[in-house]
Write a protein that binds this ligand. Sequence first.
Ligand code: ADQ
Length: 479
Amino acid sequence: MPSTGTSPEASHAAPLVVVANRLPVEYVGNAGEGEWRRAPGGLVSALEPALAGRPATWIGWSGHTSDSTEPALPEAIDDLRIVAVPLSGEQVEQFYEGFSNGALWPLYHDVVVTPAYHRPEFVAYREVNAVFAAKVAELAPEGGTVWVHDYQLQLVPRMLRDARPDLTIGFFLHIPFPPVELFAQLPWRRQLLEGLLGADLVGFQTHDSARNFLGATRRLLGLDPGGDRVDVPDQDGQRTVRVGAFPIGIGAAAFDTMARAPQIQARARQIREEMGGFRLLFLGVDRLDYTKGIDVRLRAFSEALAEGLLDPSEVTMLQVAIPSRETVEEYRNIRDEIELLVGRINGDLGRVGDPAIHYLHQSVSREELVAMYVAADVLLVTPLRDGMNLVAKEYIASRVQETGAVVLSEFTGAAEQLQEAFIVNPYDIEGLKRTLAAVVASTPEELARRLQSLRTNVFEDDVDRWVRTFLATLEGHVP
Ligand code: ADQ
């Protein structure tokens, strides 16, 4: 079931400029003595097939502030030209940690924590968006295509159109777009909507998000959207902006290949043995974020154990949490909360050398991650809200043995596609506990049937298809 690769159109298409908050690079080694490398995984791997044979430039922030001492970035990595947008420490604090992650992130995730709206932070957001837009305007070739990514850069499309009306501009939001009742809280709601409407195509993960956005243009801007488009007034009359759902996929074939490798299979067996041999292994893998519902699943798992719905001699759990945004207060709080919970559960339910929950707060390599996917019988994905959730798709693609189960929150974008998962409401702990027990009680045939259907979905709607469909829609040749 490998993916189909680059479309013929893409290889002869106009030069492409990708704009994202982060460049696809990482600095490896001590300050001043290391080197820049291509960051593994992420958006750059996703875009690779579309970039092949097409001149491409990536514009973004390096992850290091302009006051730090790392050597200059190389001009290109492989065939991809990279251009850094320098940000000062203060800009990172105000634009990124402040407005992007303290206001927009919680607002767009159903206000699961209270967003903080600070005027100077929005000023910094606008300034940084202007710096990005100016850099793109300077570098994009005449008539080129520009693909802007995510919530940190929502003002860029409008700014860019004003400066360079010759460009074709696409925007994709990786996180949910909230219902208008929540979005309306934002003091700068007009600016953001108008910013996004500078694009020719605005893409979302789900139909719900696309609908929410179109609804907001009606309610807050007085426009008259219809179906998958909205007409916006322009200097020369009006322009049509297309709006749609483009659910992101993963490089499924690469996960499949990695999962079959003998060393990964051996490591998976070792993980299982270390975690209690024959027991069923439940797994959670997330960035440590308050939207991911890590606490929810820990509570449900431990209550199910305490009440005898699950038998500790039959099940065990591993939770891996990748450190994330640790300079933001809410993230420090959720870490404390989760670690308190793990300690309490293990104190109550664990035995010497045999905790009820194995917990790692660290990033793990791609190989180790895939070995965990191969080892685990059940994946728990319980976000309170999530744009898509790639972990669910990665697990499914790695289950080369064609067994395994995914417990999936209905509030993820992935739930719109992965309907054969065990769909749960993460706010309903009792329901979640019953689902965990139901998964354990399912027959192997039932689990295999569901997993095979999930695999078909993940391999068909993979990342190549996502890129091809988005760019073809943007550039006017629907595949
Ligand atoms: P994220 O919120 O970061 O992405 P997700 O889609 O789950 O969420 O992607 C996380 C990535 O990090 C996965 O590729 C996963 O393998 C990796 N990862 C997680 N934990 C790890 C660990 N401990 N060690 C190493 N790697 C780990 C945002 C949106 C999502 C949307 C994506 C893509 O919030 O909803 O799916 O963008 O559009």
